[in-house]
Design a protein around this ligand. Sequence first.
Ligand SMILES: NC(=O)c1ccc[n+]([C@@H]2O[C@H](COP(=O)([O-])OP(=O)(O)OC[C@H]3O[C@@H](n4cnc5c(N)ncnc54)[C@H](OP(=O)(O)O)[C@@H]3O)[C@@H](O)[C@H]2O)c1
Length: 302
Amino acid sequence: MATTFRTAVVRSPEGPDAIEMIEVPLAEPGPGQVRLAIAGAGVNPVDLAVAAGVFHRLGMVHQPGHTGLGWDFAGTVEAVGPGVGLPVGSRVAGLVDGFDRDFGTYAERLVIAVDDIAVVPGNLDLIAAATVPVNGLAAAQLVDLLGDGAGRRLLVTGAAGAVGAYVIPLAQDRGWRVTGLARAGDEEFVRGLGADFTTTAEPGWDAVADGAVLQERGVELVRDGGDFVGMQPGSVPVGVRGVRVRVVVARPDGARLATLLAAAADGRLPTRVHAVLPLDRAADAHRAFAGGGVRGRYVLRP
Ligand SMILES: NC(=O)c1ccc[n+]([C@@H]2O[C@H](COP(=O)([O-])OP(=O)(O)OC[C@H]3O[C@@H](n4cnc5c(N)ncnc54)[C@H](OP(=O)(O)O)[C@@H]3O)[C@@H](O)[C@H]2O)c1
């Protein structure tokens, strides 16, 4: 059995060129933890920002050596710690949160708390499952902040993006009348989720969920006293006219993730894979994603 595994990290965070593969020691899972072999890790906007040093400059990362990349994954349990009932071989997905860490899901192996993962339904493949955790949980936790819609009107900006596409059905489940703001070419996809569609929006919405990171321009679209939920914990727009401004920060929640994976397996939540690349091409995936216009996730396969 190997005593090390490979992972993609940044030492000096200067964008994709700074991403390098290193070997790190394999650890045994402690109480309540599992170790898994990663089958796929999604490439998300936050990873591009970490690799570019955005959160280092905000004072949110203090790693003396390297900083880990990757927030979500799907894989197979290969060892369990004391007190864990999940069998070895279980197919699971999960989320690692927090910016200030020397490990991530761009890796061959991961040790994680069993409470932070969920079993992947048998009819959902692991690559598709890898696209769900961070964006599904962010969307679900965003909709929790909004609460019940009771017929009120919600504008989802970036509605064709990973988070926006999950907010639409989850908000509809809570009684919101949802309109998606996206690029013209995304109309069929957004309408297919059951939302109304627009490429431009006038002010007056009861709430705005800001998947396109319009920030202050998004707050301007909310009616007086309405709700805005942003996506950038490091950059919170100012509330005006009584608009309540909050920001979602995706947190691991294995039980909630199980319901999202079930919805993905049923097709109620979309799983879109743009391309699968080997882990050691993480930098190429970052460069391609940075150009914008990508629908669906790059997934890195160790
Ligand atoms: N706080 C958290 O917990 C959390 C969790 C997940 C994600 N996030 C953040 O949430 C944001 C969205 O993430 P994501 O994964 O959904 O990104 P994504 O998949 O890239 O989606 C963003 C979408 O917004 C569209 N867009 C951007 N500007 C637009 C505009 N002016 N009009 C219409 N559409 C526009 C993009 O289209 P183009 O590609 O054509 O530009 C894209 O379809 C990112 O900033 C991410 O870091 C935060």
